[in-house]
Every structure is written in C-alpha cells, then in structure tokens.
Unconditional design. Sequence first.
Length: 207
Amino acid sequence: MNASAGYPDRAAGVQLPKTTRGQATFDKLIKAAEKVIGENGYHDASVSAITQVAEVGMGTFYLYFRTKKDIFRELIFYIHHDLRKYIQMAVAGIADRKDAEVEGIQAFYRYCLEHRHLYTIIREAEFVDYEIFRWHYSNFAKAYVGHLQAAQSRGQVKQMDAEMLAYCLIGISVFTGMRWPLWESKLPGSGEINTLREFIFRGISPE
C-alpha cells in the first residue's frame, strides 16, 4: 500500500512508516479505516473503532496519523492508486485502446465487488474533504487523457478532445458500476457488456 507522491499536503498529518513491520501496521490501519468508515460513514466512525478492527493500540494510530481526517485522506489516496493499478494490470498487453477501454471498465466492476465500500467512501470525501474528492477524479482523468492521446497518435481513437472523452468514459464507469456492482452486487451480463462494447467502439473508433 506504500503510495507514491502525487497528492498535495499529503504528509502534513501522516507519518509514513520506515520499516517493513511499520508498513504492515500502517496497511492494517488503512484497511481497518476502509471497513469502519465504509460501514459507518466518516462522522460516525471513530479512531478507537479503527484501532480495534486493526488490532492495534490507540497509541499506534497516532504514530502514523494526527487525526481521523488524516487517515481518511490517506485512505482516499490509497484507494485511488490501488484502483488505477488494478485497472492497469487488467488491460496490460491489450494492444487496441478500444478493447482496453471495455476491459478496463469491466475491471472497475470487479474492483467494486471486491471493495464494497468504494462508493460510500468516495461520496463521503465530497463532503469531508472536497479538495481530495476533486483530486481523486481530476488526477484519474489526467492519467486517462495521456492514454487516450497516445491511442489517438496511433490512430486507434478518433481525434477529439481527450479530456472531455476521459470524463465521459469515467462517467460511464461510475454510473454503470452503480447500477450493477453496487445496487445488485453482481457483474453486468453478456448483453449489457455487448451494449457497452458497441457504444464505446462506435463512439471512439476513428473509422
């Protein structure tokens, strides 16, 4: 879970671990925060509940985090990079960007099923810390734009505004992920995936 740089002021209330053992404890706290905040919401979650789930003492929490808000921000940071890595691994080796788009969205669906509190936590961020909520989506889109522009240069994607296209595709992922993995706890069926594929292929194909 050791995240890379990329979030402004991240270290202000976070002390990153310096040892393998410390990293393991840090990771346990982040996973516990995902569970406690996901199940109870930010305001009803407590540091004591997080430490109980992580099976560490209160003092251990404060070795790494100054406040509950600091671990929440770190949780968003972790989810952001973990999700991106998950999708990147799913599309690795897929040569055509159109195929990669469809597979990437399906990977997002699977991630949602594996991380049942994803939507709750990201929504909480909008009201708890709008800066990191906006960062999550804008930074995701920024990376997305780079991939789309590279595909455009290879002639795989239609020439159009890459940033607008990135946000459109993110919107498809978010709302279809809500419709099937979140609301029904399942993946879309083959008919829905075929519709998704046709919509994307017709929308971004250069032909």
